[in-house]
Each structure stands twice: as C-alpha cells, then as structure tokens.
Design a protein around this ligand. Structure first.
Ligand code: DAH
Length: 341
C-alpha cells in the first residue's frame, strides 16, 4: 500500500505540473482529492491493510493530501497572476500612437442667435433680467391683465404643475418681476431671454422654445420709441436695408398692441413661397404697456409709460438661417449643428 501511495503521489504531482489551465487544474483536484478521488479512495480502503501498518500509511496519506492541496493552490495562484499580467500586457497603452484630435465644441445655433439679440439690446442700454421657468399663475397671467376667465389663456395651452403654478407660457411675466424690483425708480430697460413652454408640437412648434422679452418704462416713452427700437433691431439682425411693418393686434398686457413684420429676407419684399407671396414675415408681438399692468407692478400710469415686445428665438433663427423644421434644433444631430461653426 505504501508503494501504491508513492505511485499516486508521483502521478498527481506530474499532472499538476502539466496542467495548462485553471480548468485542467480543477480536474486534477477532483481526480485525486475529490469525494470519489483516488487518494480519497485509498484512505477509505485503509481498513484492508495490516493493523500495524495502518497508522503509518494513514499518516502519510493525510500528509500527501495536504501537500497536494497546497501544490494545487500554489499553481492556481501563479496561473491567476499570469492571466492578470497577460491582460495588462494586452491593454497596455501605446504612448507612441498619434493622438485622436479633440474636436472643440461650438455654440448651438439658438445660443448664437440669443447672444446676438442680447448684444443688440445691451448696446441700446438694456440690461438682462431673468425669471423662473416654473411661474405662478399670478405672474404668468393675472398681473399681465389676463384674468382667469379670459380667452387669451386658451391661446397658450399650458403645462400646469398645481392650479397655482405652471411652466411659463411666455417671458412676459419677467416684465412684472423687473418692474416690481425697480419701482418706483426709473428708467426700466430690460430684456429677458429664456425658455417657455406650451402644449404644441409640430414642424414649427415645440413644447419648449425660447423667447426674448423686452421692456422699457420711463417718462414720455412713446410708440415712436418702440418703432425706432424695433427697426434698429431688425436692421442689426437681418441687414441694413430691412423694413418693418406694424399691424394692429391684441394682447391683454399692451394697449395699443401690434404684430411686427420684417420685409421678407428671402425675396426682399417681392413675394415668394417663404412669405406666402406677401413680402412680409412676422417676427414678434409688441405694444405700449397697459396702464393696469404698470399700476399692478408699482408705477403710476399717469406719470410713466412704457413699451414691450416679445420675440421667438427659434423663429428668428429659422428665418435667418433658412431652416424649415424647428425640430432640427432639438434633435442633437451633429450633421445639422456643425453647419453653424
Ligand atoms: N407674450 C406674447 C406671446 O408669447 C408676446 C408678446 C406680445 C410680448 C406683445 C410682449 C408684447 O411683450 O408687448 O405671445
């Protein structure tokens, strides 16, 4: 039996040596040390050995069991280490490879237009004001002379958060906030760029879009000031030979109110497909601040007057760059966006 043990030892050691993978090593382990393994079987058959030999054989067999276990463990560990090293070699960074050029980002076309609008009005002495995207029903409607039952609320189908709060449907509430902050001091001259939200979604409407609001309040501000300011804006934005046209309109927060057109930038006023043969393109709404709005915001409408306007940034960008579908601005397609560098 001692001979058999010796034989088994040599065989097992040989197999451990030869094992080329962790799987093979596991097989060797099962073959000798497993429940039905060869060494296990030998230990079990100890009963058939002569009683005086049993202690010696038993001791040796147990010692061998431990040794083989350790040998397998050592080999396992060295295989693990090898494997890790191999992976590391594979993943090693080749520092001599030429780098991939990082392409610098650029401004989104809407940001570019927004910046341009801001520049024009900053040059005229306006300051930039901001208001919250989540606006109270009071600032979005009530203070702008749009009472709860007014049909003008339906024109701006809204996203309500609670009955009192909604995503602002226009930047006009910033007019009220700016006046409240400054009253009774004069003048107020602000523009308010920002996001607005309406339940609209098609090629020319997006549920989120951008507006820039304008407001000037002072003594003796007239409709002529409004017209002159907007003409200057149109010329700076679209070219020095631009004309503008004001059409009577209605907004609850201005009186009188106007819709403002620029001469068509495609045909110069001749009439074409873009302007529906009219020669004109609508770009914004405007008017003289309603006396009630001035009063609500803390000014005496008998002493001061003001003008206001609101324009859609997407609309201006579409006209300026000749873009037919507004959704392109929000689809994150680099082939589109890269054209504006
Ligand atoms: N708030 C209006 C809208 O979103 C646009 C507007 C019209 C703003 C006239 C004004 C204004 O300041 O005077 O439809």
């Amino acid at each position: 039996m001692l001979d058999k043990l010796k034989e088994l030892e040599d065989e097992a050691r040989g197999k451990i040596e030869e094992a080329n993978s962790l799987d093979e090593l596991k097989e060797v382990k099962v073959l000798y040390l497993g429940k039905k393994g060869r060494l296990t079987a030998l230990l079990r058959s100890l009963g058939s050995a002569p009683p005086e030999d049993r202690p010696v054989i038993g001791k040796k067999a147990n010692a061998l069991r431990q040794e083989l276990e350790q040998a397998i463990e050592r080999k396992e560990k060295s295989m693990h280490d090898e494997q890790k090293k191999g992976k590391w070699e594979q993943e090693r960074i080749d520092v001599t490879l030429p780098g991939r050029p990082a392409s610098p980002g650029q401004k989104h076309p809407l940001t570019m237009i927004n910046d341009e609008i801001k520049e024009i009005f900053l040059g005229l002495g306006f300051q930039v004001a901001h208001g919250p995207d989540i606006e109270s029903e009071y600032y979005n409607f009530e203070a702008l002379n749009i009472p709860a039952d007014h049909p003008a609320r339906d024109m701006q189908d809204s996203f309500y958060i609670t009955p009192q709060f909604l995503l602002r449907t226009h930047t006009s509430p910033v007019q009220i906030r700016a006046m409240e902050k400054r009253a009774p001091k004069l003048p107020v001259r602000v523009i308010a760029p920002g996001k607005v939200y309406r339940r609209d979604d098609d090629a020319t409407h997006s549920p989120m879009f951008h507006q820039v609001e304008g407001l000037a309040v002072d003594r003796d501000i007239t409709f002529a000031d409004l017209k002159g300011t907007l003409l200057l804006f149109a010329r700076e934005m679209f070219g020095a030979d631009q004309k503008i046209r004001l059409r009577p309109s209605f907004f609850p927060f201005t009186e009188p109110s106007a819709e403002v057109d620029i001469s068509c930038i495609m045909c110069g006023g001749e009439g074409c497909r873009v302007c529906s043969e009219t020669g004109w393109l609508e770009i914004l709404g405007a008017g003289m601040v309603h006396p009630r709005v001035l009063q609500i915001a803390g000014y005496n409408p008998r002493e001061v007057t003001g003008f206001a306007f609101g324009m859609g940034v997407e609309r201006i960008a579409m006209l300026k760059y000749g873009i037919g579908d507004l959704r392109l601005f929000f689809s994150n397609d680099l082939r589109f966006l890269k054209q504006f560098s």
